[in-house]
Structures are given as structure tokens and as C-alpha cells.
Design a protein around this ligand. Structure first.
Ligand SMILES: Cc1cc2nc3c(=O)[nH]c(=O)nc-3n(C[C@H](O)[C@H](O)[C@H](O)COP(=O)(O)O)c2cc1C
Length: 326
């Protein structure tokens, strides 16, 4: 699979997720085998004005490369300047968010709002393409109505502007996360355009990865929610893609993944902030395991990395020795 000049090792991509696909989580997903990771959406305005929190979102680590940075915005000049900044910071790809439908974003004319404004979108994409050499991608939804015609039209505009690939989450902007992703639109888009098409939406299991590729002919599969607390979905999907039987992570792999996640967060955010975040995030990794809600309540007052690591280790030791195995 090739996006512009960039060759991906395999067809598995971690979806951008605000508040989740920060560097600590991207590193886990990459270790688990996905070929490409994407930052959460970064405000072009914030980048251009040098907001500390926005710039922090661009922090990367060699182990996660290649890295795609996603930006959102509505003004061609601001998007162009933001794109320059992203490239100068070392991103391997630049992705433009055309799918976000939250009110705050749509109200400023950004994200999914641009799917209804092909001329303005064309101006933005051309302005950005003019200043970046790295591959340029877009991430879209079906559009504002279910037919999917807007998705096809917008992708054609993007192709003309020199965009190298499109990722589609085939739900309408109004749907949010309701209903089901309409995979038939991924197949249709693949027939209509010549740039690579990345399929996304409702991939819940490793089997779904293979099924999406088979049913839609998409060039790569992007996984979002199913990877939260379960980066091993990429390892398992890779096995399946190589016609091998996938194996679920054992308790020791889950334990060590969770501990690495804690350490990655402490290194990235500093101990106090990371530990506060871990109180709600570490439970992602034990979801569905015996006694997970008791474990969740037991960590809400923890204050240090060591306490958090000890609690996780104790919980997994208990699981190892208990009769009830996950
Ligand atoms: C918590 C959360 C945050 C998200 N943030 C972004 C984002 O910043 N940019 C974006 O393009 N999509 C974002 N998405 C959408 C996902 O990238 C993806 O398109 C969607 O979740 C469907 O894929 P899935 O069914 O595999 O989760 C977000 C989704 C979730 C659940």
C-alpha cells in the first residue's frame, strides 16, 4: 500500500481520536503492528498562534514513525501556514479533517462543514498542496445526506487538488456515531476514484478487518474505537491477513502493555497529570476482565506512577491465581 511516495508496511491504520491517539497510545498501537498512526485533530488556528497545548499535540517519537498529523480549519491561508508548521516539525504525512461534525468545529466552517462547500475546500487543498511535499490525505464522512454523492464529489475535488489518499467513515455528519457505517459507500468510492481509499467505521474485531477489505476492495483499513485498550487488535488482524490463526493477548502481554502505557504517559505528560489521566484510562485495558469494576474504583485516588503500577500488577497477579480466567 502506497500513499504518495510513502510505502506502508501493511494495510492497518490507527484512526485519529481526540483525547486518545496522543503519543503514548500511538506508540502502543505501532508496537502492536499497525503501519500508520494519526494524531488527534489539531487546530490550524491554534498552531498558527502557537498555542502551547496545540503545539504539544505535534510531539512525536521515532518509534511511532511514520506519523500522520491531522489538522482542521476553514481558512485557506491559515491552513496553509499550519501545514507548513506541521511539515517543518517532521510529520511524514498531513491529513485534513473533513469528517468532524461536532458543533464547535462545524460552526467555524471546518471539518464536515467543508464537505458541503466543494469550492472552498478546493481552495484549501490547493493552498496546502502548494506548500507541502509530504503525502497529503483527507478524512471524510458520507456527507450531509446518506446517498454518499458528496463523498464522491469531495474526493474528486481532492484528487484534482493533488491529494494522495482518502479515508472514509461512511456515516453522515448528522449521524454522529448512530446507526451503522455503510460499507457499500467505501466500495463505491473505490470504484469512482483512482487514489487509494482507506475504509473506516465499525471494525470491531480482527475478522472485520479482513471482511471490510474483501467486501469493499479498500486499500487499507483504519481502526478507531476497537483499539482503545486493545491495541492487540492490530497484531491479530495482521495474523489473519497472513492467513494465520490470531491469538488473543495473554494476561502477561496485557499487563506489560498496560504498564508501558502508564510509563509512556508519565514520560509524555509528567507524573502528576499522567496519573490523573490514568485513573480513567487504565480501566480501558482491563475492560471485561473479572473484577474490573472493583479495580477501577480502587485506582481513583492513586497519586504516583509507582502506586498505579503496583495496583495494576496486583490486579493481574490476582487474575493469574484466581480460578476465573478471562
Ligand atoms: C473519542 C473519539 C475521538 C475522535 N476524534 C477524531 C478526530 O480527532 N479526527 C477524526 O478525523 N476523527 C475522529 N474520530 C472518528 C474516528 O477517527 C473514526 O472515524 C470513527 O470512530 C469510526 O471508526 P471506528 O468505528 O473504528 O471507531 C473520533 C472518534 C472517537 C470515538
Amino acid at each position: 500500500m502506497k500513499i504518495g511516495s510513502l510505502v506502508l508496511e501493511n494495510p492497518l491504520i490507527l484512526a485519529p481520536m481526540a483525547g486518545i491517539t496522543q503519543l503514548p497510545f500511538r506508540r502502543l498501537a505501532k508496537e502492536a503492528g499497525c503501519a500508520l498512526v494519526v494524531t488527534e485533530m489539531v487546530s490550524a488556528n491554534g498552531l498558527v498562534h502557537g498555542g502551547r497545548k496545540t503545539v504539544e499535540l505535534l510531539k512525536s517519537h521515532p518509534s511511532e514513525r511514520p506519523l500522520s498529523v491531522q489538522i482542521f480549519g476553514a481558512d485557506p491561508a491559515v491552513m496553509q501556514e499550519a501545514a507548513r508548521i506541521v511539515q517543518a516539525q517532521g510529520a511524514d504525512l498531513l491529513d485534513i479533517n473533513l469528517g468532524c461534525s461536532v458543533r464547535k468545529v462545524v460552526r467555524q466552517g471546518a471539518g464536515a462543514a467543508l464537505m458541503g462547500q466543494p469550492e472552498k475546500l478546493g481552495a484549501i487543498l490547493k493552498a496546502v498542496r502548494g506548500v507541502v511535499d509530504v503525502p497529503l490525505t483527507i478524512k471524510i464522512r458520507s456527507g450531509w445526506e446518506p446517498s454518499g454523492d458528496q463523498a464522491v464529489a469531495v474526493t474528486r475535488v481532492a484528487e484534482d487538488a493533488g491529494v494522495d489518499a482518502v479515508a472514509i467513515h461512511p456515516r453522515t455528519a448528522l449521524q454522529g456515531f448512530g446507526g451503522r457505517a455503510d460499507w457499500s459507500l467505501i466500495a463505491r468510492l473505490k470504484q469512482c476514484v483512482s487514489i487509494p481509499v482507506v475504509g473506516n467505521g465499525d471494525v470491531r474485531t480482527p475478522d472485520d478487518v479482513v471482511r471490510m477489505q474483501r467486501e469493499t476492495g479498500c486499500d487499507a483499513v483504519m481502526v478507531g474505537r476497537a483499539s482503545i485498550g486493545n491495541p492487540w487488535i492490530f497484531t491479530q488482524a495482521l495474523e489473519l491477513l497472513h492467513s494465520r490463526r490470531p491469538r488473543s493477548p495473554d494476561l502477561s502481554e496485557r499487563l506489560h502493555g498496560t504498564l508501558r502505557y502508564i510509563d509512556n504517559n508519565v514520560n509524555h505528560f509528567g507524573e502528576a497529570r499522567a496519573v490523573r489521566m490514568m485513573r480513567s484510562r487504565v480501566p480501558w485495558f482491563v475492560k471485561g476482565l473479572p473484577g474490573c469494576s472493583r479495580f477501577r474504583s480502587s485506582i481513583i485516588r492513586l497519586k504516583s506512577r509507582q502506586e498505579m503500577r503496583d495496583a495494576v500488577q496486583a490486579y493481574f497477579e490476582e487474575l493469574q491465581t484466581s480460578d476465573v480466567k478471562p
